[in-house]
Design a protein around this ligand. Structure first.
Ligand code: SF4
Ligand code: SF4
Length: 363
C-alpha cells in the first residue's frame, strides 16, 4: 500500500469530521474552503493541503486530537499529503520517487555537483588554477571557462523551470482550477509576498509549541525575498555581461553586487532561523518523516548564499578559485534539485492561493 493510499483517506476522514465540527472556521483559509464543499475529491484534498500553511493552530485547539478516538491531526495529515502532491505531479513522473528520502537525494546531488565542477575546472584550466591568484576583468572565467558556466547554468536552470511548469500544469488540472484570472493572481501574489497567513490575526503561528510567535513568518520572508534578490542579482549580471559586454567581477556599488549582498544576507538569516525553529518545534503535529526534505533545502540555500558572499569578499585572493568552484557546485545542486525538493512548495502554495482567491471571488 502506497503512502497516497493511506494519506488521502485520512485527509478525507478528517475533513468530514471538521466540516461537521467547524470550530476552527476562523483560523485560516482552509476552513472556509472546506465549507464550500460537501464531498472531497482527491484534487480538492490536494488543494486544501497546499492551502494549509502549517500554523498548527487547529492542532492546539482541537477537542478531537489524540488521545480522543477521532485522532484528528490536520497539520500532520496535510503536511504528508502535500508531499504526496509534489510526488504525484513531478515531471517526469518516475522522478516523483525522489521525494522519498529527499534529504539523501539532495545530499548526493550536492556532493556530485561539487565534485563535477571541481573536476571540470581542473581538467579544462589546469590543476594549479584553483589556488592561483586571478584578478581583473574576466578573472572568474580563468577558473571556469565562460562556455562551461553558461552551458551548465542555462541547461540545468532551464530544465528546472520546465519540470516545475509541467508539475504546476498537472496540479492545476487535478485540482480543477479552471481559467486563471489576473485579479486572482494579484491577490495570491499579495498574500505570498507578505506571508500574510503566517501572521495569523496579528499574533502569528504556533511555531514551536502552543505559544504564538512571528518568527516563522519573518524568517520565511527573509528567505523568500533573499532568494528573489539573489536571483535578480544573477539576472542583472547576466544582462550586463551578455548585452553590455561589462565583464565580471563588478564593483561593490554595482547593482548586481548590492542586490546579491542584501539577498545573500537575508537568505542566510532566514534559512538559519527556519532551521532553528524546525529543530525546536513539537514534531507531533508535523510530518516528521519528511523533515529531511526541509533541512536539505534550507542547508543548500544557506550554503549557496554563504559561499556566494565568501566569494565576494575574497575574490581578489588565492581563495577565489576554490570558492568559485564550491559556490558554482552549490548553485548547480540547487538547480538540479529545485523540481524534486521542498522548493516546489512555493509553486503549489501559490497555485492554491490563486484558486482560493477565485473561489472567494465567485461566492
Ligand atoms: S481541527 Fe478539530 S476542532 Fe478544528 S474543526 Fe477540525 S475537528 Fe473541529
Ligand atoms: S495547521 Fe493552520 S493553516 Fe493548517 S489547517 Fe490548521 S489552522 Fe489551517
Amino acid at each position: 500500500m502506497s503512502a497516497t493510499d493511506t494519506v488521502l483517506p485520512e485527509a478525507r476522514r478528517a475533513m468530514e469530521i471538521c466540516n461537521a465540527c467547524r470550530y476552527c472556521e476562523g483560523y485560516c483559509p482552509v476552513f472556509p474552503a472546506m465549507e464550500r464543499r460537501r464531498v472531497f475529491a482527491d484534487g480538492d484534498l490536494g488543494h486544501l493541503a497546499n492551502l494549509c500553511h502549517n500554523c498548527k493552530g487547529c492542532w492546539h485547539a482541537c477537542q478531537y486530537a489524540p488521545p480522543h478516538e477521532f485522532g484528528i491531526n490536520l497539520p500532520r495529515t496535510f503536511a504528508e499529503l502535500r508531499v504526496e502532491t509534489y510526488a504525484q505531479h513531478a515531471w517526469p513522473g518516475a522522478l516523483g520517487r525522489l521525494f522519498e528520502r529527499n534529504g539523501l537525494w539532495v545530499s548526493l546531488a550536492t556532493a556530485l555537483s561539487l565534485g563535477a565542477v571541481m573536476l571540470l575546472s581542473i581538467l579544462l584550466t589546469g590543476p594549479g588554477v584553483l589556488t592561483g591568484v586571478h584578478t581583473g576583468e574576466g578573472s572568474f572565467y580563468a577558473v571556469i571557462p565562460y562556455w562551461v558556466m553558461v552551458t551548465l547554468g542555462s541547461v540545468t536552470f532551464g530544465y528546472a523551470v520546465l519540470a516545475m511548469a509541467m508539475g504546476a500544469r498537472s496540479y492545476w488540472k487535478a485540482s480543477g482550477g479552471g481559467r486563471v484570472r489576473l485579479g486572482d493572481v494579484r491577490a495570491a501574489l499579495g498574500a505570498a509576498a507578505t506571508a500574510r497567513h503566517l501572521g495569523g490575526a496579528g499574533e502569528g503561528c504556533n511555531d514551536v509549541d502552543d505559544r504564538f510567535a512571528q518568527g516563522r513568518r519573518h524568517y520565511h520572508l527573509a528567505t523568500m525575498w533573499g532568494f528573489l534578490l539573489c536571483f535578480a542579482a544573477t539576472s542583472v549580471a547576466t544582462l550586463m555581461d551578455h548585452l553590455l559586454g561589462w565583464i565580471a567581477p563588478y564593483s561593490w556599488y554595482s547593482l548586481p553586487v548590492v542586490l546579491g549582498t542584501v539577498g545573500g544576507v537575508g537568505l542566510m538569516i532566514g534559512t538559519a532561523g527556519l532551521f532553528a525553529i524546525k529543530l525546536r518545534t513539537d514534531p507531533e503535529p508535523d510530518a516528521r518523516r519528511h523533515f529531511g526534505m526541509d533541512y536539505a533545502l534550507l542547508a543548500l540555500l544557506h550554503l549557496t548564499a554563504l559561499t556566494g558572499l565568501a566569494l565576494l569578499f575574497w575574490r581578489h585572493t588565492s581563495a577565489m578559485g576554490g570558492l568559485l568552484a564550491i559556490h558554482l557546485g552549490f548553485v548547480l545542486a540547487l538547480f538540479l534539485t529545485l523540481p524534486y525538493g521542498k522548493f516546489v512548495h512555493g509553486v503549489y502554495r501559490l497555485l492554491a492561493l490563486v484558486r482560493d482567491a477565485g473561489e472567494r471571488r465567485a461566492e
